[in-house]
Design a protein around this ligand. Structure first.
Ligand code: SAM
Length: 236
């Protein structure tokens, strides 16, 4: 396992929620509605990096069969509780990562999705993820990657450019703080940021095209610095 992967496994080992901007049901339900719009149907769905199942339970009424996958036992424990509470009988959970998940699946899917997850994968891992997904995607299926950190907007958000209290001194202070964090993380050989890595839409598009898919990017409605990638076969 790479040093980065070790870091994320440890980071999520005791996490119990997906770190949404708000954990209020009203907010999560609106986020889920936006995501269902982009998922655009299908009967079966694989949610990679499902976390505590916060979105999964909202997807549940729209699908016949769903599988949630995550490498964090604590996240899956929360997901399992949530699924029981909401009586979502159509969701099963698998503990696995981006390499081990494929051998644990016994069917293919109409939709393969991941929300707020690919920031923890390198470009090479994303390439492998798309390749493996293509083998588990039904005809006319879609891969929908939600909430990818946009490298053009993410640094601006980090220094507070989108916040209410934007002022020159505040921005300068935050930029200094981020720079200090970056140096310290590099020195310790750790990811610079706990939100993970941003991924360029152009580079993602090249990976996707390599596997004979096409990709459309859409701005996230709820996070100024994130975008969604909707990936499908050209003829579907
Ligand atoms: C920010 S949370 C998002 C959870 C969920 N998708 C949501 O939106 O509520 C990211 C999730 O991805 C999982 N994750 C990250 N990298 C992973 C990997 N390589 N394999 C499996 N799960 C992974 C983490 O354990 C965590 O639950």
């Amino acid at each position: 396992m790479s040093r980065e992967k070790d870091f994320w496994v440890e980071f999520f080992a005791d996490r119990r929620n997906g770190g949404h901007r708000s954990s209020a049901e009203e907010f999560i339900s609106s986020e889920a509605k936006e995501k269902l719009f982009h998922l655009d149907g299908g009967k079966t769905l694989l949610d990679f990096g499902c976390g505590a199942g916060e979105l999964l339970v909202y997807y549940s009424p729209e699908y016949e069969k769903m599988v949630g996958v995550d490498f964090s036992a604590s996240m899956l424990e929360e997901a399992s509780k949530r699924i029981m509470e909401r009586k979502c009988g159509n969701i099963s959970l698998i503990q696995a990562d981006d390499k081990t998940v494929w051998e644990k699946l016994d069917s293919s899917f109409d939709r393969i999705t991941a929300a707020g997850v690919i920031q923890y994968l390198t470009y090479q891992e994303i390439d492998n993820f798309i390749l493996n997904s293509s083998n588990y995607l039904n005809k006319d299926g879609k891969i929908v990657l939600f909430d990818i950190l946009d490298p053009r907007l993410y640094p601006l958000w980090k220094i507070g450019l989108f916040s209410q209290d934007t002022g020159f001194l505040n921005i300068l202070r935050k930029a200094g703080f981020e720079f200090k964090n970056m140096i310290s993380a590099r020195a310790k050989n750790r990811p610079v940021n706990i939100l993970g890595y941003s991924h360029s839409p152009d580079k993602l598009k090249k990976i996707v095209n390599k596997h004979d898919f096409e990709m459309t990017c859409v701005q996230s409605m709820y996070y100024e610095y994130k975008f969604h990638a909707i990936i499908s076969r050209p003829d579907s």
